[in-house]
Every structure is written in C-alpha cells, then in structure tokens.
Design a protein around this ligand. Structure first.
Ligand code: UDP
Ligand code: MG
Length: 160
C-alpha cells in the first residue's frame, strides 16, 4: 500500500495511535489523548471510527498466524475506536513508552496500559512499532483529506 497522506516537511516522524474499543467504552478517550497532548506531540489526525473486519485484518496481518488473531480482530471490531495520527520528533518510540508494554500487568505504573489495564486482550491502546509502520498504518486508517496540515503556535515553547 502506498501512503496517500504524507508527513509534513518540517517534521520528522509520525505514529499511528489507536484507542481500542475497550478504551472508548470505558470513557478513557479524554484521559488518553490528554497524555499525548501534554507530552507535546501534535495531533494531525483524529476520528471516531467503526473499523471493518478487513481493515483490522490488514492492520494486524503480521500476526495472522497467531492463535489469538481471530479474537484480536473481533476485539478491534467490537465497537468504535479512536484513530490518532501523532507527529513529532521521536514520536514512535516515545508513544510506545507512554503506552507501556503489551501486557498491562507488566506495564510500568505511569504508562497508559500500566495505569489503565489488566489483560493483554484488553490493553486499551495501539501504537506503531516503527516509523515505517507509522506511515503504513496512517495510510491504512486515514483517507486523503482527513489529516490536517497545521503547526501549533506553541512549537517554540516545546522545541528549541
Ligand atoms: N495480543 C493478544 N494476545 C497476545 C499478544 C497480543 O491479544 O498474546 C493482542 C494485543 O491487543 C496486542 C496486539 O495483539 O496489543 C498486537 O500485539 P503486539 O505483539 O504487536 O503488541 P503491541 O505492539 O500492541 O504492544
Ligand atoms: Mg505491535
């Protein structure tokens, strides 16, 4: 798949972050988005979305041979998700740190999964694992015209 929505020239990196259906159902959307905003990343895309099975399957295609894959696709399509395109220097690794490791019981307190989850199968949130996958996933989940090209006026207060 060719990315149809490109990163702005000024920026270095983008991550696809998604609040999974349990996070939406539990009313954690504001709390989670707030953590990324306060960290200083720029929201370039944001939507509530009911994900078709084919998209969940494509997103997680690398895991298609895993025994938990059918349940994973069912989980992701069990209710609306919140899709985020975040931009900023080092956003991919930093978002993964803010999110915490896959199993919420092993995730450090202070991380999203560490603070807000109990089970791997209900771990509240997704974050891209590489800048390449960040681009791949943003192109997968957002259509052309759904991302906003903008620079926050706060940038000089966040970056030298
Ligand atoms: N997952 C699961 N059981 C497992 C491993 C993973 O249900 O044993 C789910 C979980 O929702 C996880 C997603 O599959 O977030 C993707 O797995 P991955 O190993 O890529 O973890 P992540 O990158 O999300 O931390
Ligand atoms: Mg992963």
């Amino acid at each position: 798949l060719t990315p149809i929505v490109r990163a702005s020239q000024s920026s270095t990196e983008r991550s696809y972050v998604m609040i999974k259906p349990d996070g939406v159902q539990r009313g954690l959307v504001g709390e989670i988005i707030s953590r990324f905003e306060r960290k200083g990343f720029t929201i370039k895309g944001l939507k509530l979305f009911s994900c078709p099975a084919a998209l969940a399957e494509e997103h997680y295609k690398d895991l298609s041979s895993k025994p938990f894959y059918p349940k994973l696709v069912k989980y992701i399509t069990s209710g609306p998700v919140v899709c985020l395109a975040l931009e900023g220097p080092g956003v991919v690794a930093s978002a993964r740190k803010l999110i915490g490791v896959t199993n919420p019981l092993q995730a450090e307190p202070g991380t999203i999964r560490g603070d807000l989850g109990i089970e791997t199968g209900r771990n509240v949130i997704h974050g891209s694992d590489s800048p390449e996958n960040g681009e791949r996933e943003i192109a997968l989940w957002f259509k052309e015209g759904e991302l906003c090209e903008w620079e926050p006026t706060l940038t000089p207060w966040l970056r030298e």
